[in-house]
Design a protein around this ligand. Sequence first.
Ligand code: ADP
Length: 157
Amino acid sequence: MRSAVCPGSFDPVTNGHIDIIGRAAALFDHVTVGVLVNQTKSSLFTVDERIVMLEEVCAVYPNVTVQSFTGLLVDFCRDHKISAIVKGLRAVTDFDYELQMAQMNNRLTGIETLFVSTNPVYGYLSSSLVKEIAGHGGDVTGLVPDSVLKSLKERLA
Ligand code: ADP
């Protein structure tokens, strides 16, 4: 069985994330969405809230599950017999960092990272931008799932 992980903060999940998760789900037998628990980074939603939102929107993919992880992604992959990391590449600005991480992860355990080119419709989309715009009362309809839109409005009210 070929398994992959789509890692990230998902604070909150956007339609850009879902596009990548869905495409990974079409390529692999099983995909784990790995929600990074990062104590040093302040977040709008708790890890549990992010998992609930992700589980709801990923329910359409029977081979996708959601799990949090701490520590090194390569250790999480080894413990869960995951052989590939799937990341979305939005622009060249993503590339330097992602290439470095992919090479380091490969150096650590030999794990492969596959890059999926972003759907141009979501090329400019990030969770942080969504939070910033929504925080100033801007409309993020169509950029996040409707359930997330509702949670954003409630949290930022
Ligand atoms: P953010 O959206 O704040 O960059 P994440 O850490 O949650 O944050 O993103 C996890 C991964 O999801 C990123 O490394 C990237 O691979 C992918 N990703 C995020 N947004 C998009 C997007 N709009 N299109 C494609 N991939 C994306």
